[in-house]
Design a protein around this ligand. Structure first.
Ligand code: GUN
Length: 283
């Protein structure tokens, strides 16, 4: 079987077009969705992500403010800034770009952002809401993956979803969202014994380890749905995923590419969360 490719780039574009229309309606009623992104330091990958967020915000009509601060910013200064943004009415979403310099406690920062403006969905209150099956701001990459599956009417209920990777940003929450959709979920990670046996059982395989071509077609089940969250650079400087695409495509029923796969959906769901927040704050 040769898999159908799920282009997140196409779904992202159509969702952004819908959002653009929705934002026009909100603006006509005096509601301007506002996102503030805080970037600390000079990390080139972070700068590039932030630029992508700025461009996409502009496209859909979300007012996006970028605050760039030097690497030497203290934790106290950052927490004070977040408190100010928490009480600023025009700000509906606050995103502090991670990773932060090592002298700043990331968890403290996440917990200082008001849960009502936490468009990343990283605050423990929002994670708790997600875990108890409530509606909230869901973490953007996992939420984007669910949208990609739904866009192809891929059945989740009753399926065995195997997640490779257990990060707080992707692995753990995507497993939770799939569980909320009634999948049976297995988490694999660097300490898992006999990972191959789990991979071979996966109806839905989510790979988020950050290792180039960690999975290939030999490992996966015939007809599996393969979602590649990896963003790696080859020696030649090309972007590539955690899955060896060509061999996996021969076995899978659906597969996501890198680039043009999951990546564009992350920013799209960030905009979705910001618009949702603007509507709640003006509800
Ligand atoms: N760094 C890499 N991905 C993300 C993300 O989704 N949100 C934030 N805040 N930082 C990131």
């Amino acid at each position: 079987m040769a898999a159908e490719v799920i282009y997140g780039s196409e779904l992202a574009q159509s969702m952004r077009d819908e959002m653009k229309e929705e934002v026009q309606g909100l603006r006509a009623n005096g509601i301007i969705p506002g996102l503030t992104v805080v970037l600390i330091g000079e990390d080139p990958a972070s700068k590039s992500y932030v630029l992508g967020k700025q461009r996409a915000s502009e496209y859909v009509g979300v007012e996006s403010d970028l605050i760039t601060l030097p690497e030497s910013t203290t934790e106290e200064e950052l927490l004070t800034l977040i408190s100010e943004l928490n009480s600023k009415e025009s700000v509906h979403g606050i995103l502090v770009q991670l990773p932060l310099p090592s002298h700043i406690n990331e968890q403290k920062v996440i917990e200082t952002i008001s849960p009502d403006k936490d468009v990343d969905g990283f605050h423990p209150i929002n994670i708790g809401r997600m875990m108890t099956g409530k509606d909230t701001f869901f973490p953007c990459t996992p939420y984007g993956i669910i949208q990609m599956l739904k866009s192809k009417d891929i059945e989740i209920e009753g399926k065995h979803a195997v997640i490779i990777g257990r990060s707080n940003i992707v692995g753990k929450p995507v497993g939770q969202l799939l569980l909320n959709e009634n999948a049976t979920v297995t988490y694999c990670h660097s300490r898992t014994n006999g990972m191959e046996q789990f991979i071979a059982q996966a109806d839905i395989l989510i790979v988020a380890v950050g290792i180039e071509h960690f999975i290939n077609g030999d490992n996966i089940k015939d007809g599996a749905v393969v979602i590649d969250v990896g963003v790696n650079r080859t020696k030649e400087g090309k972007l590539t995923g955690d899955v060896e695409f060509e061999s996996a495509k021969e076995k899978a029923s659906y597969i996501t590419p890198v680039p043009k796969g999951v990546g564009p959906m992350t920013i799209t769901m960030l905009l979705h969360n910001t618009i949702k927040s603007a509507k709640i704050h003006n509800g």
